[in-house]
Design a protein around this ligand. Structure first.
Ligand SMILES: [Ca+2]
Ligand SMILES: [Ca+2]
Length: 258
């Protein structure tokens, strides 16, 4: 009986003893893993994380070739009005908050898009052409949009700031993003009347407008961006950029790094 108890006790102790036994140091020795924690401020400047606040300006437009898809212009045979179709241009003034890390940039923006379109005659394309059924459109003073959105950009460093002892960096950025624009202001509209007077004649004659043109209350901002960026001493940044911001654009951004 006591022998059996000893055996049971031995069976219970054996695994515990095996676990407790000191491992053969020669068998288990591995070179220690060198896990060096570099403090973020000791990373090379081009690898550090930064925040940035910036002011930006962009000139936006819709290329005439794109508008030609839907509207006749002065080069159409029998274009009836003395002036050609107006251009669609705007100036956008925005604020940005940016966060960067190595080659990645996240940019959040809010901006006011101020339309700089002249009033004029917009003749829709149809077959056979009817050049007298177009609209005279006159923007109100506040025509534009308030836009906000987010962009991602990959950054390729040509000159890293640490290569110039922190004085200067130069990089290229490529990316895109999405946003939303809320339309402001209106386009007053003069169409043709039942007597066959075209919209431009009714406008010149001082007839009251037919109301405002139906426009979407909001539209998406679709961004495809290419930029070159100058970094002055990891303090100030200057970017020149262009691409697609729903409209075609080029612009510049000046900011401070935080
Ligand atoms: Ca028509
Ligand atoms: Ca037409």
């Amino acid at each position: 009986m006591t022998t059996a108890l000893y055996r049971i006790a031995a069976l219970a102790i054996l695994p515990a003893a095996a676990l407790a036994a000191p491992a053969d140091p020669a068998a288990s020795w591995r070179p220690p893993v060198e896990k060096v924690e570099v403090p973020p401020e000791e990373l090379p400047p081009s690898l550090q994380k930064y925040q940035e606040t910036s002011f930006r300006y962009r000139h936006l437009w819709i290329p005439r070739a794109v508008l030609d898809t839907w509207y006749f212009d002065a080069d159409a045979t029998e274009w009836p009005y003395v002036e050609g179709r107006p251009g669609v241009t705007a100036d956008a003034y925005g604020l940005e908050y940016g966060i960067r890390n190595k080659g990645s940039n996240g940019i959040f923006y809010v901006e006011f898009i101020d339309a700089s379109m002249n009033s004029g005659y917009w003749d829709d394309i149809e077959e056979p052409p009817d050049h007298l059924d177009g609209d005279w459109l006159e923007p109100t003073a506040g025509l534009g949009a308030v836009a906000f959105g987010a962009d991602y950009a990959y950054e390729a460093h040509l000159v890293k700031v640490e290569q110039t002892q922190g004085a200067f960096g130069w990089s290229f950025l490529f990316g895109g993003g999405l946003g939303m624009a809320i339309l402001t202001g209106d386009l007053n509209r003069w169409g043709p009347d039942a007597a066959g007077n075209p919209g431009y004649k009714r406008y010149i004659d001082g007839a009251p407008s037919d109301g405002v043109k139906e426009l979407p209350a909001a539209f998406p901002m679709v961004d495809v961006n290419a930029a070159t960026r100058l970094n002055f001493g990891n303090r100030a940044v200057f970017r020149i950029e262009g691409g697609l911001h729903t409209f075609v654009y080029f612009g510049a951004t000046v900011g401070v790094m935080l």
